[in-house]
Design a protein. Structure first.
Length: 115
């Protein structure tokens, strides 16, 4: 189970742990992937780990881009999730993670829960 919060900008977020670092990620039900991380976070990967391939992705605003993809285990119940590094400002959790969970967002209370 993962818990999070509703950011002041009304975006639901949950915390994920990647290689010992806690990161809050926006819950994005329009993102079909698993986890998208900003390029600078690639430095969290263990030394010698490189993205295994580049895939072409389309974004909701019409732009396409080639992004690095690296499958790794993240700490949301230890499931294997494909991680995409891209030139974004914030981490995103997509439906590839959410598909096995119940997502509860309580906007008045400001809480987010994955069970």
């Amino acid at each position: 189970m993962a818990q999070g919060f509703v950011h002041a900008g009304r975006s639901p977020r949950v915390f994920v742990e990647i290689f010992g670092h806690s990161i809050d990620a926006i819950v994005d039900t329009g993102f079909e992937g698993g986890l998208q991380l900003p390029d600078p976070l690639i430095q969290l990967l263990p030394v010698g780990t490189l993205p295994i391939r580049r895939n072409k992705f389309g974004f909701s605003f019409g732009r396409t881009s080639w992004l690095d993809v690296d499958p790794m285990t993240i700490q949301i119940d230890g499931i294997d999730v494909e991680v995409i590094f891209s030139p974004v400002r914030e981490a995103l959790i997509g439906v590839d993670i959410l598909k096995d969970y119940s997502l509860t967002i309580d906007f008045p209370a400001g809480t987010v829960q994955l069970t």
